[in-house]
Design a protein around this ligand. Structure first.
Ligand SMILES: [Zn+2]
Length: 433
């Protein structure tokens, strides 16, 4: 099937040129794709004649954006922590809760208790929910196993849930997340184990593309983070890190020093840290849902954009500080709390998020040759979409040319269903005898 989507009111292509706020919208547009890749995008009046008889879908004058990229999630976890949510409302701090056995340690216990099947089903369900919101690429971190075997198990779960009917999943090894509850030694010994034993095992199994560390007071020092990330880099895992979330610990500068793809959080990044990110071309990832749940001052996304940093927007989806996978809500919060325009937030959740995952050649914009990943949004344009927050404005999501989600209310259901991936075991379309 090589269909064409017509009658697109606004097609936000999000190609690279022109800075964060330039999403290159095309009015009255069409989008064609073939074999899972974008073949043509532009004004419908200029659609080449080869598409004249192609099966067509009607966008109804609505908005089409590149498939959203959630470049920072802790997707695989067991259990939830609603009790801590209430304790924080009543005045306990994140640190106090962690010291009483809650926080990351609580999720480590629940995740270890969950079987492989259970974790896989949890991940699939969460990915389906994300797809329904327009998301086609998701980064997933380990970090709730916190032993060599349990970290490998989580990364194997990520490998096993990948499939044509779900968003693309990019795995990150986050061994340096917290001191495990049952670890016999001190932090120094853990860092040596993560760098010297867990990291080589993950790399050898080919289970992660990135490595990550939680550099923060109460977690790991910049020096410890550096050891872990340099070990990852030496084994072919590109660094990224949790930086400057609760205090300025020089995380942004560390990201630059270790050649990280991104520095994430940055609520407390210094002016020098912002300059360092801009000069080095390291993506700054803001996570406004976490800031909202923690009641923090917002990250200086506006200042980062002005300084020339590519700013990505992601959810930080996790059961403690960001128990929501709603990327469009995070984008609206990046506008309301952090001073981005809707266009800037969109480029941050598409092309710049793809760059944070080193996938900018494959996803994040609608240009010929890139993966046919897009979302049809029930809004006349991008400004209106992120201004009028709704439970879900997404009508359809397509990843690699396949239907990942369709709203029950979407007209022309048959045409959209023709894009669905065949059920596993079903004969291929046009099948053999
Ligand atoms: Zn995180």
């Amino acid at each position: 099937v090589s269909p064409v989507l017509r009658n697109v009111g606004t097609l936000a292509t999000c190609r690279d040129a022109g800075g964060q706020g330039e999403v290159h919208p095309v009015r009255d547009a069409a989008l064609a794709w073939r074999d899972g890749r974008v073949a043509w995008a532009g004004p419908e009046a200029e659609l080449p004649s080869e598409w004249a008889d192609a099966p067509s879908l009607d966008a109804g004058g609505r908005t089409v954006v590149p498939g959203l990229v959630d470049c920072h999630t802790h997707l695989a976890f067991g259990g939830w922590r609603a009790g801590e949510f209430v304790r924080r409302i009543r005045g306990e701090s994140y640190g106090e809760i962690a010291r009483s056995g809650g926080g990351i340690a609580a999720t480590v216990r629940a995740t270890r208790a969950a079987g492989d099947d259970e974790l896989r089903e949890l991940c699939r369900g969460r990915l389906r929910e994300m797809a329904s919101l327009g998301v086609t690429t998701v980064e997933g971190k380990s970090g709730y196993g916190l032993s060599r075997e349990e970290e490998l198990r989580i990364l194997r779960v990520y490998r096993d849930v990948a499939g044509a009917a779900l968003p693309r999943l990019v795995p990150t090894f986050l061994g340096a997340h917290a001191l495990p509850p049952d670890f016999g030694g001190d932090r120094e010994e853990l860092v040596a184990e993560v760098a010297g034993e867990w990291t080589p095992a993950v790399a050898e199994a080919g289970l992660a593309r990135f490595c990550d560390a939680f550099v923060e007071e109460g977690a790991f020092t910049p020096e410890e983070g550096r050891r872990v990330l340099e070990a990852g880099a030496a084994h072919g895992l590109t660094p990224r890190l949790h930086a400057d979330q609760l205090s300025d610990s020089g995380g942004a500068e560390l990201a630059v020093e270790v050649g990280a793809a991104s520095a994430d959080h940055l609520e407390h990044v210094s002016a020098a840290g912002i300059r360092a990110l801009a000069d080095a071309g390291v993506v700054g990832v803001v996570l406004p849902l976490a800031g909202l749940y923690l009641g923090q001052d917002p990250a200086p996304a506006r200042a980062m954009v002005e300084a020339g940093v590519r700013v990505a927007v992601a959810t930080d989806f996790n059961p403690g500080t960001a128990p929501s996978a709603h990327l469009p809500l995070a984008m609206t919060l990046a506008c309301v709390r952090e001073g981005l325009t809707p266009a800037e937030a969109l480029k941050g959740a598409t092309l710049h998020a793809a760059t944070a995952l080193r996938l900018e050649g494959e996803v994040g914009s609608l240009e010929p040759g890139k993966s046919a990943d897009f979302a049809l949004v029930d809004a006349p344009d991008v400004d209106h979409w992120l201004y009028h927050h709704r439970a879900n404005a997404c009508l359809a999501t397509v990843g690699r040319g396949r239907l990942l989600y369709r709203s029950p209310g979407l007209a022309g259901a048959e045409g959209w269903e023709a894009l669905a991936a065949p059920e596993p075991g079903a004969p291929a379309a046009g099948g053999s005898p």
